[in-house]
Every structure is written in C-alpha cells, then in structure tokens.
Design a protein around this ligand. Structure first.
Ligand code: B1M
Length: 216
C-alpha cells in the first residue's frame, strides 16, 4: 500500500510494526497534526464503523486505540508549538464518570498545551466531585469535559446541574466535546439548564478557538 493508506490501515489493523518508520517518512511530507487529522483519525473512524456494525470485536478496537496512542506519542514532539503564547489560561480537563475514552481528550490537551494554555488533565472516569474539587485546587479558569458514550451526554448535564446547585456555574465557563454530543444539544438544551457559559467543540481546534474567546 502507498504510505498514506498504510498509515490508516495500520490503525485499522492495530498493527504497530513499522508504524514509527512510516510516521517518520510521513513527517518529511506533512506537518504532524495533518498526519493525525488526515490519516490516523480516518483509521479510527473505520474502526468505529466496523465495531458499530459488529464486524470488529472489542479487543481489536483496543489494539487500534493503542496503536493510535503510540502514533500520537511519536508525532507529538514534531507538533508546532506557539512559544510566544504562554500563560493564556488554565483548563481542567477530564473524561466524565463511567467513560474510558481518552484519545480525543488527550489530543485536546496537546493542542491547548502547544498553544499557550496550562492543561490539568485528570484522566478518565472522573466523578463530578473530583472534577470540581480539582478545578478549585488547581485554580482553573475553564472546566473541559469529554465523553464519547451517549450516557456521558446525560452525565454532563448532571454535572452542569451540580455546578448550578453549588453556585459555581458563573465561576467556570465549561467546554464540552466528544462524539456523542451535538452542537444543538449543548448550545440549546444544556445552555438552557446551565446558569453559566457552556460551549461545544466539535474538535480540538474548535476547542482552542473557544478557549481563546472565553479567555479574551
Ligand atoms: Co468505544 N465506543 N466503547 N472504545 N469507541 C465508541 C464511542 C462507539 C461510538 C463505537 C460504536 O459503537 N460505533 C460506542 C458508543 C456508543 C454509544 O454510546 N451510543 C462505543 C462503545 C459502545 C464502547 C463500549 C461500551 C464497548 C463495550 O464495552 N461493549 C466500551 C465503553 C467503556 C466505557 O467507557 N465505560 C468501549 C471501549 C472502547 C475502547 C477501550 C476499546 C476504546 C477506547 C480507548 C481509549 O480511548 N483509550 C474505544 C474506542 C477506540 C472507540 C472508537 C472506535 C474510537 C474513539 C476515538 O478514539 N476516536 C469509538 C467510535 C467513534 O467515536 N465513532 C467508540 C478518535 C478521537 C480523536 O475522537 O474522542 O471523538 P473523539 O475526539 C474528537 C472530538 O470528539 C473532539 O476532539 C477530538 C478530535 O479533535 N473532542 C473534544 C473530544 N473530547 C473533547 C473535549 C473538548 C473538546 C473537543 O473539550 C473539553
């Protein structure tokens, strides 16, 4: 297979053998982030579709996810860093309770960190209490929550309601992302429930531009 197809296929097959060499070859032609967006994420999409249609079993999805993470780790040092921008603000980032998906969240971490934000990434399956306590302890400016399961969209709503009842909604603008969310669910349904500002990012780049506007 040609290089670009091979990269995608390695993700689909969960095949780490030769991935690093392929990535270095790819870096000669394209910026690291384009390799992630144009090729690796395409592979993850195929994995999701195959799993959704019952053509791929979970252990293979896990292998693909591991190869994806390894690839991002190889590319990360090659990603463009905006050294002039520093200390633009601090975001507390978590995947919500009951949800283990973190590839997207970790990409958001990389993009924001490379563009002048302090990111406190507390990991997966985080209950609301931990999220809110960490936000306070870390003096976060913004709370970012990720979740890919449909049930995570409900958890996010509950978390916003918890912020309302603690009276801290106006203290922390909230950024939400993850494949099960839709813009209208966040910007209409959740915005109606939440006493503060809640925004939807369809990808890590929109997350960055929303951070820029929230911190302006
Ligand atoms: Co899971 N899984 N999975 N899975 N998995 C999905 C989400 C699913 C859609 C697959 C499918 O059925 N087609 C489905 C959810 C269905 C639903 O809820 N209706 C599903 C399921 C069912 C499950 C299990 C329940 C399976 C089972 O056990 N039977 C289980 C759940 C476990 C749990 O969470 N409790 C499970 C487990 C797993 C693995 C562990 C095997 C693995 C995750 C490994 C890991 O993350 N460490 C996995 C994977 C890899 C996927 C798919 C295939 C790929 C997800 C991914 O990494 N995409 C996924 C299919 C899909 O999403 N269509 C699927 C790439 C990533 C870059 O995209 O995270 O969307 P994403 O991030 C994007 C944007 O959403 C955005 O930016 C990123 C791009 O720039 N973004 C943010 C994300 N978070 C953001 C936060 C922001 C801003 C932007 O600000 C705070």
């Amino acid at each position: 297979l040609p290089l670009w197809e091979r990269l995608e296929q390695r993700i689909v097959d969960g095949d780490a053998n030769g991935m690093e060499e392929d990535l270095h070859e790819a870096l000669a032609d394209k910026p690291a982030l384009d390799i992630v967006n144009d090729h690796l994420l395409a592979g993850m999409k195929v994995v999701g579709d195959l799993f959704g249609s019952g053509e791929m079993q979970l252990p293979f999805v896990l292998k693909s996810a591991e190869v994806m993470k390894g690839a991002v780790a190889v590319l990360e040092p090659h990603m463009e860093k905006n050294e002039d921008d520093e200390g633009k603000g601090r975001i507390l980032l978590a995947t919500v309770k009951g949800d283990v998906h973190d590839i997207g969240k970790n990409l958001v971490d990389i993009i924001l960190s490379n563009n002048g934000y302090d990111v406190v990434n507390i990991g997966i399956k985080q209950p609301v209490n931990t999220i809110l306590e960490s936000a306070e302890a870390e003096r976060a400016d913004v709370i970012g929550m990720s979740g890919l399961l449909v049930k995570s969209t409900v958890i996010m709503k509950e978390n916003l309601e918890e912020m309302n009842s603690r009276g801290i909604s106006e203290q922390y603008p909230v950024l939400l992302g993850g494949a099960a969310l839709t813009r209208s669910y966040v910007e209409q349904d959740l915005a109606e429930v939440f006493d503060g500002e809640v925004r939807y990012a369809k990808d890590a780049f929109e997350g960055l531009s929303l951070m820029d506007s929230m911190m302006a």
